[in-house]
Design a protein. Sequence first.
Length: 269
Amino acid sequence: MRLLISKHNLGKWAAHYVANKINAFKPTADKPFVLGLPTGSTPLDMYNELIRLNKAGEVSFEHVVTFNMDEYVGLAESHPESYHYYMHHYFFDHINIQAKNIHILNGNAADLDLECERYEAAIAAVGGIHLQLGGVGEDGHLAFNEPGSSLASKTRSKDLNMSTVIANSRFFDGDINKTPRLALTIGIDTVMQAEEVLIMVKGLAKAPAVFQAIEGSVSSMCPITALQYHRKTLILCDELATYELRVKTIKYFENMYDDYAAHDAAMKS
């Protein structure tokens, strides 16, 4: 696991990193680049910058295949809080991606278990995810893998914790009765199978999760800790998100020079 504390806009940093990865891969119709995508407020700057880069001709999504991390069960795809709506509104409708290459879990499928199996099969059919992007919840959850989720889990339906329902109710007129209590989500093991994982974290509220991810013990009660076993994970943070880490830990990662640090330095030019 690698920690990078960047003073740049995290979304723009991630966007240029993604674009560089796609361009270096040189994807084709027969050999697409496979990207795992999140929703939420943290990735919005990344999506905006990727749109700009695409329109400027600096990266193409023609041969990029995407898989989103999760979706609510029971929301119409046109609902403004569905992740189908989010992804098309904030990203897909503004880039040159092919509709057939977009994969988002169907929260209205007649058979949810079959839908989850189909999703895992679709990931396997393209050879797996090359770069999985994501964020983390204050309690360390990844996608809708909340505390207590199996670290061996695959894509599945997941009952949402009441604390999550209450937190999400702000998007549903503050009414928990309107807030979905069931979601489809890729599993922890699904994330672990990606070749590379990049987690973006902003703000003081996420500092406990970053501490557990970097210095804590691996536990299903803090799902992000599973990434300690991943072969190539970057946690990209702003300074506030590192406030619970030991100074020694921060200095250790600051003194490393690798591809991530080189990219961070290149962003200054």
